[in-house]
Ligand binder design. Structure first.
Ligand SMILES: [Zn+2]
Length: 127
């Protein structure tokens, strides 16, 4: 495989996975990647990076149900703080961001925590 072509193709892979290339270049790169194993590897890496960033953004908007409440319970006691920090650094990137967002929300004030527990009490009373 022509190395100059590979260099050209790889330089455009980020734009290719982000779908910001014009149709002609897209087609040329798609054709090359299909035939070139080395560029195929590079393409799948670029696609993973792109998808990872996309899911990171989406994940930050919607942390899993109940995560915020369990975090607020942990942060309210001093002993819960250090295992929580370990969980943040050890977790997958998406989860880390969710935890950090939730952590920031917890740090924003005890007012939110009391609002949450008030909500829980109301939910329990309704049952
Ligand atoms: Zn190639």
């Amino acid at each position: 495989m022509n190395e100059k072509v590979c260099t050209e193709v790889r330089a455009r892979l980020p734009a290719y996975v982000a779908r910001s290339l014009d149709p002609v270049r897209r087609r040329l790169i798609a054709l090359h990647v299909r035939r070139c194993a080395a560029c195929q590897v590079e393409f799948s890496i670029q696609r993973e990076v792109h998808d990872g960033l996309a899911s990171l953004t989406a994940g930050a908007d919607t942390p899993p149900d109940g995560l915020l409440e369990s975090l607020l319970e942990n942060t309210s006691s001093p002993r819960g703080a250090s295992p929580l920090r370990g969980a943040v650094s050890g977790a997958r990137p998406v989860l880390s961001v969710a935890l950090l967002v939730a952590g920031a929300a917890a740090g924003a004030g005890a007012g939110y925590a009391s609002w949450l527990s008030a909500k829980n009490v109301r939910r329990r009373l309704r049952r």
